[in-house]
Design a protein around this ligand. Structure first.
Ligand code: GDP
Length: 424
């Protein structure tokens, strides 16, 4: 059976923890989109880890971890992550890399930096991991698939052709040094050495695995609102963050995805620019940021402070719908235990009208939050294992959110660890 674990919001919902937890029952975990631009933070028996490229299932020795064709593959980052986890005592994971995955080139990272520099105040808040230039090149058909590393003649010829165009932009738009084909070719040969033992026809591998009845987890990065089609365009990422794309980015039939576990966080946080209707500021935000997640709400990749907000029912209802949610995992609820009262955004007021439908970007910019205030529970709920043992106001909060978003909350996460989970 194939399950997807995806986010309903702006990312950082705790997908890594939920994937790590569900990986116990999985044979194969597949990353199907995105790159090293976002990170998952995982706490388990080996310690605390920030993963950017590796699937969150690498900590179990019964699982195979796959980099699907939809991923922006940064080869040195992948292998740096592998050595970091192995150094901390994790057994060497079984890894497969799709022969159709495309490679983040060193110049993609440069272009990302240069473009942010050029846009200055109007930038998108990129993590400068080369993701937007990478996907631009993929769809402009000047990207490099892993398989291309194995035909040196053709590779050199293509590099020469592609670099001509890159150098024009480097010189005339960014006023930066030109790229040299020989240097890039040498780097590509190093990449080849690193990746060679793991290259595989992933869609064929998964086809057989599905036939053999294996449990497969598709692991999404970021969340619905960062999807280039259905999110807050243009303040989005460059690959689809939706479970549906899991079929494409892994190379499996869409009808095989039977369960879509959408991770929804009990309050809001976002990184980068863009409208964020339920955002809070000042001391109120600082306190939630400090207490948030596991050790504060700071980017796993960049370390920058996340923007904070109250739970947004409008965005989360939409985020769950667009994912095709079958199950909601409601996370980091324990963090809210310090609040006397908890405001929740239940509607958007746009031009004097209140809606619960998530709008397109231009309207979203004008939306003001309609808040409802729920009573807090003022208790530490970590360690609780049964739903009925949660404080009454905490259950009421969960049930209120469930009603507003319209999808069943079947899991409640009350701590960062693997076992901090309450099934309903
Ligand atoms: P992801 O990208 O969706 O995997 O999310 P991140 O890893 O960026 O952020 C989630 C953060 O919250 C991590 O630091 C997790 O360890 C932590 N976390 C996940 N679930 C819970 C939870 O239920 N309670 C608390 N306190 N922290 C959690």
């Amino acid at each position: 059976m194939v399950k997807a674990v995806v986010g309903a919001n702006w990312g950082d919902e705790g997908k890594g923890k939920i994937t790590d937890m569900l990986s116990k029952e999985a044979d194969i975990i597949v990353r199907f989109q995105g790159g090293a631009n976002a990170g998952h933070t995982i706490v388990n028996d080996y310690g605390k880890f920030a993963l950017h490229t590796l699937p969150s299932g690498v900590f179990y020795d019964h699982t195979t971890s796959i980099i699907g064709n939809g991923v922006a593959l940064n080869i040195p980052v992948l292998f740096k992550e592998v050595s970091e986890i192995v150094e901390k005592g994790v057994p060497m994971p079984k890894i497969l890399v799709s022969d159709r995955a495309q490679i983040v080139m060193p110049y993609h990272i440069l272009f990302d930096e240069y473009e942010e520099e050029r846009l200055a105040g109007k930038s998108f808040g990129s993590t400068k991991s080369g993701i937007a230039p990478f996907y631009s090149d993929k769809y402009a058909k000047v990207g490099f698939q892993v398989a291309e590393l194995f035909d040196e003649e053709a590779l050199k010829e293509k590099l020469e052709r592609v670099i001509v165009q890159k150098n024009v932009i480097l010189e005339h738009l960014y006023h930066k040094p030109a790229l040299k084909v020989e240097e890039l070719f040498a780097t590509m040969m190093e990449y080849k050495k690193m990746v060679e033992p793991y290259v595989c026809d992933v869609s064929a591998f998964l086809y057989d695995a599905i036939k053999a009845g294996k449990n497969i987890l598709l692991e999404g990065q970021l969340g619905s609102l960062k999807d280039p089609d259905h999110g807050i365009y243009p303040m989005v990422t460059s690959s689809s963050t939706l479970a549906a794309y899991g079929a494409i980015g892994a190379g499996i039939p869409p009808y095989e995805i039977k369960k879509i576990v959408t991770v929804v966080k009990a309050y809001s946080s976002a990184v980068g620019a863009g409208a964020f209707v339920s955002e809070i500021f000042g001391e109120e935000a600082d306190e939630l940021r400090r207490r948030g997640g596991d050790g504060g709400e700071y980017g796993a990749t960049t370390g920058r402070p996340r923007r904070m907000g109250w739970f947004d029912c409008v965005a989360s209802k939409y985020g769950c719908r667009i994912q095709g949610t079958t199950d909601v995992a409601f996370t980091v609820l324990d963090v809210l235990g310090y609040l006397d009262e908890i405001p929740v955004c239940v509607g958007y007021e746009i031009d004097g009208e209140v809606t619960t439908d998530f709008p397109t970007t231009a309207k979203l910019e004008k939306a003001k939050p309609v808040l409802e205030v729920l009573p807090g529970w003022k208790e530490d709920i970590r360690g609780i294992k049964n739903y009925n043992d949660l404080p009454e106001n905490c259950r009421k909060y969960i049930e209120f959110v469930e009603k507003q978003i319209g999808f069943p909350i079947t899991m409640v996460s009350n701590g960062p660890g693997r076992n901090d989970i309450i099934y309903r």
